[in-house]
Write a new protein. Sequence first.
Length: 209
Amino acid sequence: MLMNTRTLLVGSRLVLGSLVLVAIIIQALYLYQNNALNIVNYFSYFTNISNVLAGLVLIVSAIYLAKSRKASQVDDLIRGGVTLYMAVTGAVYVTLLVNEDLGLLMPWVNMVLHIVMPLAIFADWLYQPPRTKLRLKQIAYWLVFPFIFLVYTLVRGAAINWYPYPFLNPDKVGGYGGVGLYCIVILIAFFVLGWLLIKLSQKFRRHIA
């Protein structure tokens, strides 16, 4: 029974990890075919970066599980951070972007990146919580990447007048005050969801030791 559970979890992680990486590649090729691919812009979306990280984490964690390799606290922190980024990706899409024109984003890719993967990686976290005990103060580690992304986006956006999301574009939200307000709300979302992930990891039991 344990072997079947392990095989199922390994297989599902490999399938999902491969699916999202394939989706990212196919979407890039689709944009290229339509003369709309700017590779730097493409990987300046928090969604795309987070999904690539999620795909890699799922594949690596599947390999760890297949080899019965125990995750370290660093492994659990990385997995937790990526789970948080995907949770925020899904939440931001549903609340701020679902009615936005997403241009040449293919519908099935949109579904994979914004709905399937956030739900799947969150479910994976609940089904197989981290081995090590995570503490609330470690949320600070998870915020490093979003902070770097925000600084990069605002500096680059001001230089080339391109922003990956309308709520980060001062021209569309009433200036930098509007951007700041959105950032505060999203920061609160990061803290709340990060707190939730850690609390849930302490409540749910691991199905595979």
